[in-house]
Design a binder for this molecule. Structure first.
Ligand code: CMP
Length: 139
């Protein structure tokens, strides 16, 4: 089925001017950008977005990294969008990511790993609603 997922192009990628490179890889994987905006996340926003990771030892660093520069938040649409996006992103740690994936091609480290993608349809809906009003999404 055609579904939606949520993506973030992270500060390591925007800093290196890779917004287009990453978006092209998403598009070539069969995903369509149906909403997109470049934002500077506030600390509160980043803490809220990553609340599920609050107890993790890397939470503080993760939040600091995510507010270290602009990000591009996007809604992606396509056949099985969550899985399709996870496949093209590759493993969380670029050292483990397969050839041809975004993280293998672009990422610097497990923290500066260039992209975030929702891990389920349920979380996709929550994450999309965190950043976008319905009228900002144009399919
Ligand atoms: P993301 O998909 O955005 O969701 C949580 C993020 O935490 C993950 O991508 C990684 O960038 C980051 N992360 C996961 N494990 C570690 C770790 N061991 N050290 C630092 N960051 C991590």
């Amino acid at each position: 089925a055609v579904t939606r997922t949520f993506s973030i192009i992270k500060p390591d990628a925007t800093r290196r001017n890779l917004t287009g490179t990453v978006t092209k890889m998403l598009e070539e994987a069969g995903l369509r950008v149906v909403a997109s905006k470049r934002i500077q996340m506030s600390r509160e926003q980043a803490e809220g977005f990553y609340a599920v990771h609050k107890e993790r030892p890397f939470f503080g660093e993760l939040v600091s990294f995510m507010i270290s520069g602009p990000v591009v938040v996007q809604v992606l649409e396509g056949e099985d969008a969550v899985k399709r996006n996870r496949d093209v992103m590759g493993a969380t740690n670029p050292a483990d990511a397969a050839e041809g994936t975004i993280r293998k091609t672009c990422a610097e480290s497990i923290e500066a790993n260039s992209v975030h993608g929702s891990d389920s349809d349920e979380n996709a809906a929550i994450e999309i609603a965190f950043f976008f009003k319905p009228e900002e999404i144009v399919g």
